[in-house]
Design a protein around this ligand. Structure first.
Ligand SMILES: O=C(O)CCC(=O)C(=O)O
Length: 324
């Protein structure tokens, strides 16, 4: 069927983010515009890197005024490791295999669909000032904290699969993830890797050849190198305490750990228009004061801005999982 002029205009508006910002996220974008803090120092550097490249690497030491929230995060994760006792070890046994689309090479400490607990060390780390300010400034609107978890990647000699291959996430027009390394990550420990400028704000437009795997188009290194030369790939290696911010709408991959396991804390920010729930919401979340935290903790189906009524994303049906 021939596309009408109006349909074509709407499609173009959606692609360049206009409809996403001014129709689907109007309220959070407007309120943010009326009042938002200016970023300074390391937070401003991270934001500039994100805008330009789609990815920026920093550290607890450089970004956070004090490391109390990081120490608390580390201590909670160690406590969980003790409580989980044999669980990660049992999961390691299946790290290499299985043809189903579950990621056998990762153990999710908080389960596949964690409960949002605003008072937990996880939520507090993700919502502390420089982090939330970076997320909101990158989007130009008040974002939602859509997910957090602790991922333990097992060393495996199996072939790269799923998120270990190049892919784009599809949840939203921008998708900001923060990865906080809780173990040292060198080349052999599956560093998060990003094709610079492949985000929606970026200039890179060439798409690599790809094959569909568990519903997502994925490319191997040779296919990606033909579209984006390896000198435009950022391999985020670094010691524990390294923080990687990335807009995962851009091409990325990671977690192919060969010699040693990788442990990280991940959180994800999306716009308010994403209706899919990556958290379990118990309904006990007290409405916080302050627009930034209120928006960040809003549930996709609860009170707060609702631009979508039919449970679908403006970008198409969402079938993925976090960290596809
Ligand atoms: O594990 C990684 O480093 C990559 C994760 C990923 O693909 C994602 O979060 O979308």
């Amino acid at each position: 069927m021939k596309e009408t002029v109006l349909q074509r205009a709407a499609r173009r508006a959606g692609r360049n983010g206009f409809a996403w910002r001014y129709l689907l996220n109007f309220r959070s974008a407007l309120l943010f515009r009326l009042s938002h803090p200016a970023l300074r120092g390391e937070a401003a550097r991270v934001l500039a890197g994100l805008n330009r490249d789609g990815v920026a690497v920093t550290s607890v030491e450089r970004l956070l005024a004090d490391d109390a929230s990081y120490r608390e995060l580390v201590s909670d994760v160690s406590r969980m490791q003790k409580e989980l006792s044999g669980e990660p070890a049992a999961a390691r046994g299946t790290a290499g295999g299985g043809s189903d689309n579950r990621k056998p090479f990762v153990h999710f400490y908080l389960g596949e669909c964690p409960e949002l607990q605003p008072d937990s060390a996880f939520a507090r780390f993700a919502l502390q000032e420089p982090v939330l300010h970076i997320a909101n400034a990158y989007f130009g609107m008040f974002t939602r904290l859509s997910y957090y978890n602790v991922w333990h990647n097992f060393a495996t000699q199996a072939e790269a699969r799923e998120s270990q291959l190049w892919h784009r996430d599809r949840e939203d027009h921008y998708i900001l993830k923060m990865f906080v390394y809780l173990s040292d990550v060198d080349e052999s420990a599956g560093p998060f890797t990003y094709a610079l400028g492949s985000h929606n704000k970026g200039r890179l437009r060439r798409e690599p050849e790809a094959t569909r795997q568990s519903g997502v188009m994925r490319s191997d290194d040779a296919q990606m190198a033909a579209a984006v030369p390896p000198n435009r790939w950022l391999k985020a290696v670094g010691p524990r305490g390294t923080i990687v911010f990335a807009d995962t709408r851009g091409y990325h991959k990671g977690g192919l750990t060969r010699d040693r396991d990788r442990l990280l804390f991940v959180s994800m920010f999306t716009s308010q228009s994403v209706r899919r729930e990556y958290f379990r919401y118990t309904g006990k979340v007290a409405r916080p004061s302050g627009s930034a935290r209120a928006f960040a903790l809003s549930s996709p189906r609860g009170e707060g801005p609702r631009a979508l009524r039919n449970g679908r994303s403006p970008l198409g049906e969402i079938t993925g999982r976090v960290g596809d």
